[in-house]
Design a protein around this ligand. Sequence first.
Ligand SMILES: [Zn+2]
Length: 187
Amino acid sequence: MELDVDEMKVLGAIVGGGKTIKNIKQTSRLDKKEIEIILESLDRYEFISGVEGKGMWGQTQFYFTPTDDGSKKVDEYIEHLKSEWKKIIEFATDGKRDQLDDYMTQHKFLVNMMLYFKIVNLPALGRLNLRFLIEGKHLCYKCKKELGRFALKFSVSDCRKRGLKMPKGLTTHDDLCADCFDGLSVG
Ligand SMILES: [Zn+2]
């Protein structure tokens, strides 16, 4: 049974000790409704079991625990993420930026999941200049500062138009922040 990223997050939260929907919500940052739907699927796949109990106010509440299959699924996934991380490091250290870009396009959210399952952390990604691999965050290619929605951004074509010397490896998918753009020399 292949799980999608959100199902994996919920299962991971339960294996990590999250027993209630509230716990799972805190860990996964998913929406309550979404979590409820995923819990039903995970229960159907027999990766978790839910036991009815009483909450703090006497209300009916479910408590979730992973089954052996569920725990095994998470263990396998963590091993998979570790080996994927090795691949990414190889691409990066060999300077295979194009292959890395292709690979990441095919494997969306891989690095996000590595962060979630604590295979890597943000400082490590920063040291390796790999923060741009985090899906959903748009970072300046050069300094890796986050480019907000309203931030000034400069592309490859802006560099060309001004005859500036482009940073090595800058592609049409990348943007530069205003500071880095201003710092480029005329090529
Ligand atoms: Zn920058």
